[in-house]
Design a protein around this ligand. Sequence first.
Ligand code: FES
Ligand code: FES
Length: 180
Amino acid sequence: MEKTNQELKREEEIIQFKVNGRDYQFTVGRDLEPQETLSSFLRERLGLTGVKVSCEQGACGACTILLNGESVLSCMMLAVEADGGEIVTIEGLNQEDEVVNSFVEMCEPGFGTAMQCGFCTPGFIMEAHSLLNKNPNPSPDEIKEGLSGHICRCGCYHGIEKAVENAAVLIMKKGVESDV
Ligand code: FES
Ligand code: FES
């Protein structure tokens, strides 16, 4: 099939974005295909396999990353659409990350665990960051609502909500301590 003028123009484009603090520059058509999704690009080309892919239809939240501080479903956008943006994946969070640590603290098996197989966890963690960026002190209902686009097949919803509640407290405490 012949390529349209728009597709040919796109193929010559250079796109740039930052991923986990590192600058990248790619030539469309050489380094990435115009139709390549951001999730596939991050996983297959940059090796960031913490970005999970399940439904590829925007229905499960597993592929959630941060783009300019806001959560996005990376399976639902093209890599070229991230041009000029700043991306953070689970690999870009530091070891002291309060949200990660809250999930780790609540990973004991049994009722109330926030993490069983862990497949959904990166997506929930990135969503929690987006939520807490916008609303540092969310109510339980606001947490539930903020996480509602995510599916956990292990059914850890209760523990996940508690972990996010706990992370909000830890982030607030850290803010108070750094102000002292
Ligand atoms: S893999 Fe992107 S929403 Fe399910
Ligand atoms: S912990 Fe297994 S899917 Fe959520």
